[in-house]
Ligand binder design. Sequence first.
Ligand code: CA
Length: 232
Amino acid sequence: MQRVLVVEDEPDLRELVLLHLSRAGLLADGAATGQEGLLAAQTTLPDLVILDLMLPDLSGIEVCQQLRAFPATAHLPIIMLTALGAEADRVLGLEHGADDYVTKPFSSRELVLRVQAVLRRNFRASELPEESQPLRVDAIVLDAVRHQVFVQQEEVKLTALEFRLLTALLTRQGEVLTRRQLLQDVWGLSPELQTRTVDTHIKRLRERLGPAGDAIETIRGVGYRYYRLGGP
Ligand code: CA
């Protein structure tokens, strides 16, 4: 059974979300503060965290950063809850490692669907056949089985979403992938998402890969392409 942690300080909203998650067949735990959430994440090791941006002690961004800093929770999928119209908050959340966001007010059904989509994506990623070989492109080695990425033999820590983004680019190297295509393949169908989300994550992925990230080309007005440094 998959486990979801809900970090939300409004008791009514927290209880409502917990109720709908358990009705959907998920194991759901609640935390009312950022500190409580961090502790719960490290002790119960959930499969996904729903994280409110506005918490009484730490901000959702700080919780996000701390989760990313611990090896045990570094790849944990995070869905951020943000206020309506707060575009800056959403971008900030995505820049600090959230995988997706849901804008308040949301319907419980929408949130549960989003949670299930993220869990399915991560399940698929971890269910690749044992014998599948790591993908080697230029200085990058992507090991889908162990969910690890190496650049010149050095491990680069990526979030689950960045990992999928890199997989999409590397497996279709040389092809131009439009932002829409990437949104569909990497994020799943999420009509609320803006194409700007893709740009934010590409920027972060490039930074994480260092010089190897230069091979991710921007095709102005269209999308992105991994252009093999060593030729086709
Ligand atoms: Ca709140």
